[in-house]
Write a protein that binds this ligand. Sequence first.
Ligand SMILES: Nc1ncnc2c1ncn2[C@@H]1O[C@H](COP(=O)(O)OP(=O)(O)OP(=O)(O)O)[C@@H](O)[C@H]1O
Length: 263
Amino acid sequence: MTTEHGRPPAGRWHDGTPAVELRAVRRTYKGRQGTVEALRGVDLVLGKGTFSAVMGPSGSGKSSLLQCAAGLDRPESGTVLLGGQDITALGENRLTRLRRRRVGFVFQSFNLLPSLTVLQNVLLPQRLSGERQDRSRARELLAQVGLPDHADRRPGQLSGGQQQRVAVARALITRPEVVFADEPTGALDTRTAQEVLGLLRQAVDVMGATVVMVTHDPAAASCADRVLFLADGMLVDELSRPDARSVAGRMAALTGPSAGAAA
Ligand SMILES: Nc1ncnc2c1ncn2[C@@H]1O[C@H](COP(=O)(O)OP(=O)(O)OP(=O)(O)O)[C@@H](O)[C@H]1O
């Protein structure tokens, strides 16, 4: 796998099948300050084999959207479907099993286990879900993310960019239908960020995965097929085949002095 990414070969894997669907999803938080409506009725369909970026001002509901879509959190009301299956109707144990087998995660802070080797970290989702641990696939993925000789090292011996590559390999080990990435490049320098984005892009283009990525960075968002813009818990805009300049322009409209009017 190279780490370059260009424009997606549009629709190579995307046949119109929905990978993730949100229907009238609401999420509220009750706190001392009162009730916060983090998501106020979000409807969304993300096609199989597509790369979507989620952007919006701070507090607009991006993480809440990702958490609900990934089955890490439950909406107050509304429905979330993964591969056509209603995950909001599942009990905790079945939801956990489904997440482990069918969903991959990449976080800003890498979240590798320091006491495990790189190879063991990549195999962890299979170990947790009780599947056979496929060491040859793990080594293959490590080679694809550019770390063929790092399997026996510990995460602490790797750079931030290398750790995030391991996290991408780990996210892909179970051949998940959807990879959810929350600010995956937030802790990386520009060049390393581009390399990690290239790996996510290739997961879509080569493996047919569906990627959903929250980001604050217009350059990162421009690697996606589609950018969704949230404001005040609602989807207010979107861009297809984005470039960094147009993404930055839309964001400025949401965060600038007349943002209320734009949203
Ligand atoms: N656990 C919680 N308890 C109370 N309020 C919460 C909680 N989590 C999120 N919120 C509130 O819900 C709203 C949406 O939060 P969310 O984290 O989804 O936004 P975000 O767009 O991801 O923000 P950021 O870009 O700053 O990470 C915010 O007003 C936030 O304060």
